[in-house]
Write a protein that binds this ligand. Sequence first.
Ligand code: IVH
Length: 372
Amino acid sequence: TEKIGGTASSKFSKVRHKVPMLSLSNTYNIAEIEDFDKRVKKIINSSQKIEYILELKLDGLSISLIYENGVLLKAVTRGDGQIGEDVTDNIMEIESIPKKLKNPISLEVRGEIILPIPNFNKINEEREENGEEVFANPRNAASGTIRQLDSTIVSKRGLDCYLYYLVNAQNYGIKTHLESIEFIEKLGFKTTGIFEEYSDFKTLEKSIEKWRIKREKLNYETDGLVIKINNFDFYETLGYTTKSPRWAIAYKFPAEQVKTRLLDVTFQVGRTGVVTPVAELEAVNLSGSIVKRASLHNFNEIRRKNIKIGDNVIVEKAAEIIPQVVNVVFDDRTGQEIEIQEPTNCPVCNSELAHEEGLVALKCHNPLCPEK
Ligand code: IVH
């Protein structure tokens, strides 16, 4: 039960999942969810009311945790669904994952490793200041962290884990999905606590709309909702396709993106002297807040996306994350756009800027620069 840090000497070993880790089929609107409901009713051929559980679709890295006699034995990533990687050493560093259960039972439970948004923002700020490449989103950061060979890094980043699936729940005398969630919560596992029960579509539809807004207040990223049948009796009849179960479906939230104009690019000098280009945008409303600025990270990013001043750009924002310039709308180009020049001198102290060996960032090396 002790946490043991340290550096893994080799890459992660491969583990075959006893029960494959499937994915969910996606839907993008309520009509497709209704089709799912019709399919379900047709297969089970029952006039019986069907209870659905609505829960959040966490945007992280899926993980399977294996316990023997109540002790955490192994943690395996999804991999290709059949074979995953043993990341036990790193998982041991996640505080919210119990290393020992309240009951000495053997089980396999699945869920999502996530990086809370405030931690993600902090890590990226630090990376930007150190001239390192920033993580594109919390999911990439979580998955990059779990695949670190040095588990001390994992412990510093503050990953979290929410569980949502007990493998072979019927073996424990459990009859519904809700009961299985209660069961794992009692054993000490963390869940989102959001499991809503529905049997009619009008209320389900309203709830989907409710969560589209409410999810922005959560401190972790969600990319949609998952709708699962509550009663396990139906699972066997419904069965599986090659990729996903027929007793559940995912609903993906529409991406929150908007078009606006890049008016100018300014340069910000950080505490360590790293110079970051900032997009000055025509103010635009993006999922409830006014966006005027977005980080462009570094010049590699500007070149890669071929961004010019005067361009129409697509801006994206997820939860509290700093808005990002996703891409340029090249069809809108008039030829009047202006190339963005990499500054040669510090915008604050005017001393010459230089790239540090091996790093993408441009840096002000004047130790007396007031911005430092
Ligand atoms: S259930 C057999 N519930 O979404 C299906 N998955 O495309 C077991 N995910 O790989 C998955 N939140 O990593 C389930 N509340 C949730 C989820 C969830 C996120 C991920 C999971 C899976 C992918 C499905």
